[in-house]
Design a protein around this ligand. Structure first.
Ligand SMILES: Nc1ncnc2c1ncn2[C@@H]1O[C@H](COP(=O)(O)OP(=O)(O)OP(=O)(O)O)[C@@H](O)[C@H]1O
Length: 344
């Protein structure tokens, strides 16, 4: 169930030319700025957009001449909606039914999958009676129930609010871990990529600019986009429920409990700075000293030392008001809901 693809697609003013492989069980994330060609790549893998050149091979079998329904590819696309007139159960049973599995058996399989994604009580609901997170899980169950060899996910979490996103991301990670086929995931969100993927492939302007595991890419970004992308505050520690103890003794509180070795990540935009210790403040609050101030897009990126070394993004107005300059002592906070912990 390994994927080997060379995707060449030409539109007026844009050309995509990327080579992509994914081993059985491997999750590959395609990341890139808007218009980089991620969706085009995914659609051409799915057979929804024609290749102008190249090939798509799954397990050594060329797929590019096969119609989408014969490709044994599961897709969870943002615009690939559930059938509105079918129940969750029949939406999920649709895949097996397409493969001529008898109705009762298809429904049994669908029920199992809906249980697996935690929707046992919602099998009879129509899509409009489901929340965004539930609909996303039905879409995932529908894709997996068809026993695809390749799973394609296009921004699977983008439509969800922050809290639902966190829960759904963790659950999705579990499902991907037990999925035996190859997975290709498109996302804008570095956290999705770090948490869900074994390997990242960064696409800019239709070309691969960097690929590798998260640690390698984080250590050695090769383009401005990648540098900004990995501009996450990332720590390794040991989780005991929602408390993560870092090696130098500082503890971070996270929203989702974990156990054992974990990473904790949050973006610089999640760090707030205050002149005095804030009252009734979020769970993570510590004194910090500014070491540098640099322009970062429309914001200023502030590097701080203290019990936790962090980067924070603040508006220029806030930087002036807080008199942020090297040596300035401030208080930093991060909400537990912004600090994501995931197994290391
Ligand atoms: N059918 C089409 N006809 C012409 N141009 C297209 C077509 N589909 C995509 N493009 C162009 O191809 C480029 C890549 O688009 P694509 O949607 O693949 O990028 P993306 O990386 O997924 O972007 P985003 O993150 O914004 O979704 C864009 O410049 C887009 O305008």
């Amino acid at each position: 169930m390994s994927l080997d693809a060379h995707l060449v697609v030409t539109h007026p003013g844009f050309s995509l030319d990327v080579e992509l492989t994914a081993a059985p069980g491997e999750v590959v994330a395609l990341l890139g700025p808007n218009g980089a060609g991620k969706t085009t790549a995914l659609r051409s893998l799915a057979g929804l957009a024609a290749l102008d050149d190249g090939h798509v091979t799954l397990d050594g079998v060329r797929l590019d001449d096969e119609p989408p329904e014969n490709r044994r590819i599961g897709v969870v696309f943002q615009d690939y909606l559930l059938f509105p007139h079918l129940t969750a159960l029949d939406n999920v049973a649709f895949g097996p039914r397409c493969r001529r599995v008898p109705r009762r058996q298809a429904r049994d399989t669908a029920r199992e999958w809906l249980e697996r994604v935690g929707l046992a009580e919602h099998v009879r609901k129509k899509p409009r009676q489901l929340s965004g997170g539930q609909a996303q899980r039905v879409a995932l169950a529908r894709a997996l129930a068809a026993e695809p060899k390749l799973l394609l996910l296009d921004e699977p979490l983008a439509a969800l609010d922050a809290r639902t996103r966190l829960d759904t991301r963790s659950a999705l990670r579990g499902h991907l871990t037990s999925f035996p086929g190859a997975t290709v995931l498109v996302t804008h969100d570095p956290l999705d990529a770090l948490m869900l993927a074994d390997r990242l492939v960064i696409i800019e302007d239709g070309r691969i600019v960097q690929s590798g595991d998260a640690a390698t890419i984080t250590a050695q970004p090769r383009t401005d986009y990648v540098a900004r992308l990995v501009g996450l505050n990332l720590y390794r520690g040991r989780a005991d429920g929602t408390t993560v103890l870092l090696p130098d003794g500082f503890s971070l509180i996270t929203a989702v409990p974990q156990e054992g070795a974990v990473f904790v990540a949050f973006p610089p935009s999640a760090v707030s700075l205050f002149a005095a210790r804030p009252e009734g403040s979020p769970r993570n609050t510590w004194p910090a000293t500014v070491t540098s101030v640099a322009r970062h897009g429309d914001a200023l990126r502030i590097e701080l030392t203290g019990p936790l070394a962090v980067a924070a993004d603040v508006t220029p107005a806030a930087a002036v008001q807080l008199e942020l300059e090297p040596g300035r002592e401030v208080w930093a906070t991060v909400k537990a809901t912004e600090a994501t912990a995931y197994p290391a």
